[in-house]
Every structure is written in C-alpha cells, then in structure tokens.
Write a protein of this length. Structure first.
Length: 184
C-alpha cells in the first residue's frame, strides 16, 4: 500500500480549511473509533500508531502516520466495522466530516481516485491475508509442513491478530503431529 497514502494525505491537507477539519488528540489506549457507531467522519493520522480491532484479542491492522481511516464506514449501513484504538501514543489526528469530503471528491477527481486507490489497496491487503490464512489451513489439513511453515512465516509479518492466528495454527500442528511421533 506504499505510495497510496502520501498523495491522499497531501490532497487532504490541501483542502483542510475548505473541509473545516479539526485536530484531535488521544492518549495511548484511547478508543478513536467504536465498532458499530455511526460513521460521520474520516480521520487522517498525523502521529502515533493505531490498532484496528474486531475485539481486544483480534487485531486486523495497524494504522501509521499519513494514513486515513474511517472511510469504510461511508458505504453500506454507515457504521464502523471495527474498533480503532491508540496502540502507540499519544496520537494526533485530523478529523474531517465525511459528507464534506465526499462532496469535495465530486469536484476533485484526483481526491476521488486516491480515495478509491486506498480502498482498493485495503481490499487487496485483506484478500492477501485471507489467502495466507486459507493456505495455512489447507497446508495443515494436507499435512504439508513446508507449506504450513511458509504461510505461518508470512502471517507472522502481519498485524497482531494474524500473528496470533499463526501461533494457534502452529500449536494445532504440533498437537496433531505428537500422536504420530509417539506411536512410531
């Protein structure tokens, strides 16, 4: 996803006054976005690091400075699909009203394209993570330890929830292999 955010961030900063953007500050551990709450704003992270979580034990992604968040809540039922909290703080964010940003995107084709590029990059990343999980499960089912280890190594490079999934799959693999070792 490198290369998507700098241009989008630059475009947002160009329009901050027009968008009536507000600066927000959060301490480590603070919730920035609450799952299932109505999505009214889009946020641009200036400093700190955020964790995108389905639950406190299941982290999906990390948001770094220069990245935008909250845009997924603009489609569908206009609710946030995950909780976002400050992982490494304090964090400073710029808050922009989503409706104002969408109106502006109608007149700024570059901004609209960059927002689509961000959404597309995040979908691609999710697809890759899902493929890694499915590949690891298939390798475990097939007893293919080489493929399983390759998948687990890639999962370890992902955000916390995927690292935890890799550990669980490795643990399952060890338990499945133990009976065959002691029986031989």
């Amino acid at each position: 996803m490198k290369g998507v955010y700098p241009r989008l961030s630059q475009l947002l900063v160009t329009h901050l006054q027009e968008l009536k953007a507000e600066s927000r500050h959060y301490a480590q551990g603070d919730v920035v976005i609450e799952k299932q709450k109505h999505a009214d704003d889009i946020l641009l992270l200036l400093s700190g690091e955020l964790s995108v979580e389905i639950s406190p034990e299941c982290e999906l992604a990390r948001i770094k400075p220069g990245e935008m968040l909250g845009e997924m809540g603009l489609s569908g039922d206009n609710r946030h699909s995950a909780t976002v909290r400050v992982h490494d703080g304090p964090a400073e964010l710029i808050q922009v009203n989503a409706d104002a940003l969408l109106r502006l995107a109608l007149f700024d084709g570059d901004l609209a394209l960059e927002m689509l590029a961000l959404s597309s990059a995040r979908c691609r990343q999710s697809n890759q993570q899902m493929a890694l999980l499915l590949g690891a499960i298939q390798a475990l089912s097939d007893g293919n330890s080489d493929q399983l280890q390759t998948s687990l190594n890639h999962l370890q490079a992902e955000a916390g929830g995927f690292q935890a999934a890799a550990k669980h799959l490795a643990s399952i693999s060890e338990r499945l292999l133990k009976p065959s070792r002691s029986g031989g």
